[in-house]
Design a protein around this ligand. Structure first.
Ligand SMILES: Cc1ncc(COP(=O)(O)O)c(C=O)c1O
Length: 485
């Protein structure tokens, strides 16, 4: 297999070193049939058949070529589609290292270095959040971090639940209308039911309204439910809004509720002395989910869960598998595997540690500030451009906007049929952008309105010229639609 290893490593090095290259398409928009044909041509058909033969290294290298040719180039400076992008090259190295070592972060004996790095990274993240004491670990994504936090909150009010199931009467949780969909899923998985999740309205920027939270808590109590958990979002997925953490912490303290901050997207503001004010109040939270695989370009997944109550993770999760967590082995107290639902766990802290050490605090701050500056400049120029209308003022690194066909300018959304037309435009334009590979960005309804475009500034290689090229590509594609679009 050595020739294959050499060939594929060469391809990967080439991929990483071409991160600034704007010539290749962001995506080649290939159909499933074209992708299958590419693997046929490589001599390694995509389906796995009964009696699958072993393929030669040259053919497998050609198949890897097909993988690269038809995968989305998320490192392309015109990939704005999601709140991850452009992997940091050092993080990729950390990921390769972790994969090559192929161990589990569950025990110190299997991952001595990874365990110490996890502790080091979590300690520094907790310090940035302003916490003195904490437990922390890396989980397989922010959704799982949010689920863990909810489990802890329930354990605080109903420690019997791990043995007997949910208490009678029902527990109530609260989150904003702009929160991530994993919160509803967590309610379902915990057996609490999605209906016990009270969805609190937001202001025009997408921030949870504290008075509305207060009212929802009273409503839940009147309905006989026991409130136990508030999920605040720092950096909402669509608008990038930061809920007012201090005001929410006041409410949680008054009502004795667990405050979880889903900072998967926005907690990285804490890396920047200039931007950290957005997170004011996080020092009072009970738990914090923080994805370094979003803003910080660490490869997926790299999601830290921090808990301000040492010992609670163990109390809520420990299964005590005696084949793994023998109490009498050296350094048993450092085993983290019983602090989580996961058994095998990637040593994600390794790539986080390596990336942080490579860039330092100043490099991390610069990455965040570059993205915020670019988002603000983009919003300002969209406001000044008759072809576009901002759907909401930017709160973070998200810029949501509509492309407006010439016959609808200036945009009057109150006019009959306008929202319906706007709503239908983005998917049609996006289909063309994907075919051409010029740029990749997402769209979604914004606060109940029609589909709006969403530019997400994550990749530090993105320039103002990339923004110009992307806005122009939307305009050209929109004008090419049959009239009236
Ligand atoms: C605000 C927020 N929370 C949680 C998540 C879920 O994180 P993950 O994709 O790592 O499960 C996301 C993902 O985009 C998010 O935007």
């Amino acid at each position: 297999m050595q020739p294959l290893v050499d060939a594929v490593v060469r391809r990967l090095v080439h991929l990483l070193s071409s991160a600034d290259d704007r010539a290749p398409p962001v995506s080649d928009g290939a159909s499933p049939e074209r992708i299958e044909a590419a693997f046929e041509a490589a001599g390694v058909p995509l389906p796995l058949r009964p009696d699958e033969p072993a393929h030669a290294p040259e053919a497998l290298d050609a198949a890897v070529g097909a993988v690269l040719a038809h995968s989305v180039r998320t490192l392309h400076p015109r990939f704005f589609n999601q709140n991850f992008a452009g992997p940091d090259a050092v993080a990729v190295l950390g990921d390769w290292l972790g994969a090559a070592l192929n161990t589990t972060a569950a025990t110190y004996e299997a991952a001595p270095v990874g365990t110490l790095m996890e502790r080091a990274v979590c300690a520094r993240l907790a310090a940035l959040a302003g916490w003195d004491a904490h437990d922390g670990l890396f989980l397989a994504g922010g959704s799982l971090s949010n689920l863990h936090a909810m489990h802890l909150a329930r354990h605080r009010v109903a420690p019997d639940a791990v043995q007997r199931g949910n208490p009678p009467g029902g527990l109530a949780a609260f989150t904003s209308a702009e929160a991530h969909y994993s919160v509803g899923k967590a309610m379902a998985l915990m057996g609490l039911g999605r209906r016990a999740l009270h969805v609190v309205p937001c202001d025009a920027r997408g921030r949870m309204l504290p008075d509305a939270l207060e009212a929802a808590i009273h409503d839940a109590r009147r309905a006989g439910q026991r409130p136990f958990f508030v999920n605040a979002t720092a950096g909402t997925t669509v608008l990038g809004a930061f809920d007012p953490l201090d005001a929410l912490a006041d409410i949680c303290r008054y009502h004795d509720l667990w405050l979880h901050v889903d900072g998967c997207f926005g907690a990285s503001a804490l890396f920047s002395p200039r931007e950290r004010h957005r997170m004011a109040g996080v020092e009072r939270a009970d738990s914090l989910a923080w994805n370094l695989h979003k803003m910080m370009g660490v490869t997926q997944q790299c999601s830290a869960l921090l808990v301000r109550h040492p010992g609670l993770l163990r109390a809520a999760f420990a299964g005590g598998a005696d084949y793994l967590f023998q109490p009498d082995k050296p350094h048993a107290a450092l085993d983290s595997g019983d602090l989580t639902f996961q058994c095998a766990r990637r040593v994600d802290a390794l790539k986080a540690w390596l990336t942080w050490k490579a860039h330092g605090d100043a490099g991390f701050a610069a990455r965040v500030e570059h993205a915020v500056d670019l988002a603000e400049r983009t919003a300002a120029r969209i406001e000044a451009d008759a072809r576009f209308v901002l759907a909401a003022p930017p709160s973070w690194v998200n810029v949501c906007f509509w492309w407006v066909p010439a016959d609808l300018r200036p945009l009057d959304r109150a006019a009959r049929g306008v929202d319906v037309r706007l709503h239908g435009l983005a998917p049609r334009i996006k289909a063309r952008l994907l075919r051409e590979g010029t740029a990749m960005l997402g769209h979604q309804p914004v606060q109940g309105g029609p589909n709006a475009w969403r530019l997400l500034f994550i990749n530090p290689a993105v320039t103002d010229d990339d923004v110009t090229a992307t806005l122009d590509a939307i305009d050209v594609a929109g004008r090419a639609l049959p009239h009236p679009a």
